[in-house]
Design a protein around this ligand. Structure first.
Ligand SMILES: [Zn+2]
Length: 145
């Protein structure tokens, strides 16, 4: 694997966990500082976390590098006009399925509760459930369970 798999928590407003082999933690900070509205940046940066070293290692995790390598190889061949689009897409779908299986293999909400800010405003849909400013981290969320 030429690039390192990175799992970020709250990389975007919506999905809790996202993966990338090309956009790491520092890259994401740069993108937030460049492209996101200034009023959102502090909250986004406060919640953004590289959880690559914290997510569970299991059978589904172990399947990822092979799927990634197959995808990389097919993509390179396709980009060099030596491979077919169908083969490239097939490896992409296979990789996507392996990632879905991985994210479904553990309790992401429990993981979030354990590793995120105690007053995280994420409501299962968005980090902006209680506003876009950093002050929402001072306020207790809706449910205390
Ligand atoms: Zn959170």
């Amino acid at each position: 694997m030429s690039e390192r798999l990175t799992i970020l928590m709250h990389s975007h407003a919506e999905p809790l966990l996202t993966f990338s082999w090309s956009v790491g933690y520092a890259d994401r900070i740069g993108l937030i500082m460049t492209y996101k509205p200034p009023a959102e940046r502090a909250l986004r940066l406060a919640l953004l976390k590289d959880v690559t070293g914290l997510v569970p290692r299991n059978e589904q995790w172990e399947a990822l590098p092979e799927a990634w390598d197959a995808f990389q190889e097919a993509r390179t061949l396709y980009n060099d006009l030596l491979g077919s689009e169908a083969a490239y897409l097939q490896t992409w779908y296979a990789l996507r399925d392996k990632l879905s299986a991985y994210f479904a293999s553990f309790d992401a909400e429990a993981f979030h509760k354990e590793h995120c800010h105690p007053n995280c405003p994420w409501d299962g849909q968005t980090i902006f459930a209680r506003g876009r400013g950093l002050k929402v981290l001072d306020e207790q969320g809706g449910s205390d369970d």
